[in-house]
Design a protein around this ligand. Structure first.
Ligand code: PEP
Ligand code: MN
Length: 411
């Protein structure tokens, strides 16, 4: 049997990076056929509306709040977990909306964040080596040979968990009385080609291809090669797309990505999510923003203050609250100096009281926040450390105190 034709052939110059070594290719084919026969999780109309809202971000008239788990877990597609994350995001969005006097576009790392890029394909623990965890759509996080063996049937379970998550996002209690419930869109890294391609469908109204796995998809720092399969995929879908930008990126890299991903120079089509590290952002960001502005390419600029600030403490990956805040402050400063719009923030956070990031506490007083000895008590992330609910809301109050995007936009 052949795989049904996708409107988006994997027509990349190079094979896709960061794909699992599936042990049974026939099983992958069967799963792809199943996925290709299932309904898309999101439709073109909603993806187009998000693109329009992101156009407002690119024009300096709205702010993007994007957040959620580093790695969603299938078994945590529960009301408690999803409502906790969405409620925390909604509160934070409300805080920023009031402070900045502009709409906040709210996007979860939700309903699809089930595949992870890894710096090494293998992990060794106490002399034993197994495949690295690549996200719940690929294998299990537990360090056993059985769990770590990639299983394509997991992609079907990820699809079901994403569908459940979308239902929970749509049907949730509203903690803050609002005349209209805040709309929350969903996003994830478009990493796993065997999942993304069968869920990509042609829109019969327009003939354009849309990823049906989420509204906004991004390419990660490890898969943003302009000649690579992931950028080729993003270039062929009509959804709004984003690219993570690390400290090593050169202005030319961004200009090439912009030409490939946004040839029509449409505001809202392309977002750059910059994650350089707190100590680096003020040095490297001006050149990047300046080059893109000079080229006249409309993009939304978003700060991911998480991935450049990961450290190891007591054998665990963690991040200091103060570093996270400091990178955002630097990002705002650079944009203020250039007269450009600090368009948003991208956080790894949760509504739960986990103990994964250090510090926080009122006024960012270190002694009031989490300490290294606390990390062990509720460290539940399958991948990178998340801000807990208290830390997320505190960060929101600090961001609200930065000079506002509306003032920048007003010049
Ligand atoms: C992530 O967002 O979890 C991630 C892996 O990011 P990056 O590609 O920026 O390293
Ligand atoms: Mn992460």
């Amino acid at each position: 049997m052949s795989v049904p034709q996708s409107p988006v052939p994997p027509a990349a110059v190079r094979p896709a990076e960061q794909q699992p070594q599936w042990p049974d290719p026939d099983e992958v084919t069967r799963v792809r056929e199943r996925l290709a026969g299932l309904p898309p999780l999101v439709g073109p109309h909603d993806s187009d509306r998000l693109a329009a809202l992101l156009g407002e971000v690119a024009r300096g008239r709205a702010f993007l709040l994007q957040g959620g788990d580093c790695a969603e877990m299938i078994e945590r597609a529960t009301p408690a977990a999803v409502h906790g994350t969405v409620e925390t995001l909604s509160r934070l969005a409300g805080t920023l909306e009031r402070a900045f006097g502009m709409p906040v576009v709210t996007v979860g790392r939700l309903a699809g964040q089930y595949a992870k890029p890894r710096s090494s394909p293998l992990e060794t623990v106490q002399g034993r080596t197994l495949p690295a965890y690549r996200g719940d759509a690929v294998n299990g996080a537990a360090f056993t040979a059985e769990e770590r063996t990639p299983d394509p049937r997991r992609m079907l379970r990820a699809y079901e968990a994403a569908a459940t998550t979308l239902r929970l996002v749509a049907d949730r209690p509203e903690p803050v009385p609002r005349p209209v419930a805040r709309e929350v869109f969903v996003s994830h890294e478009a990493l796993l080609m065997d999942y993304e391609l069968p869920l990509t469908r042609e829109d019969s109204r327009t003939g354009r291809a849309y990823a049906g796995s989420g509204h906004l998809l991004w390419a990660g720092e490890r898969t943003r090669d302009p000649e690579g399969a992931h950028i080729a995929f993003l270039s062929r879908i009509a959804n709004p797309v984003a690219v993570k930008i690390g400290p090593g990126a050169r202005p030319d890299d961004l200009l090439r990505l912009a030409r490939t991903l946004n040839p029509g120079a449409v505001p809202g089509r392309l977002t750059f999510i910059v994650r350089t590290g707190a100590g680096t952002v003020r040095r490297v960001l001006p050149e990047l923003v300046g080059a893109v502005a000079d080229a006249g390419v409309p993009v939304a600029w978003v700060c991911d203050p998480m991935h450049g600030n990961t450290v190891r403490v007591n054998g665990r990956k963690t991040r200091y609250f103060d570093d996270v805040y400091e990178e955002i402050a630097g990002f705002f400063e650079v944009h203020r100096a250039l007269g450009t719009h600090p368009g948003g923030v991208h956080l790894e956070m949760t509504g739960a009281d986990v103990t994964e990031c250090l510090g926080g506490g009122s006024g960012a007083v270190w002694s009031a926040g989490l300490r290294p000895a606390d990390l062990a008590s509720r460290y539940e992330s399958a991948c990178d450390p998340r801000l807990n609910r208290t830390q997320t809301l505190e960060l929101g109050r600090l961001i609200a105190g930065l000079r506002t995007p509306s003032l920048v936009a007003a010049g």
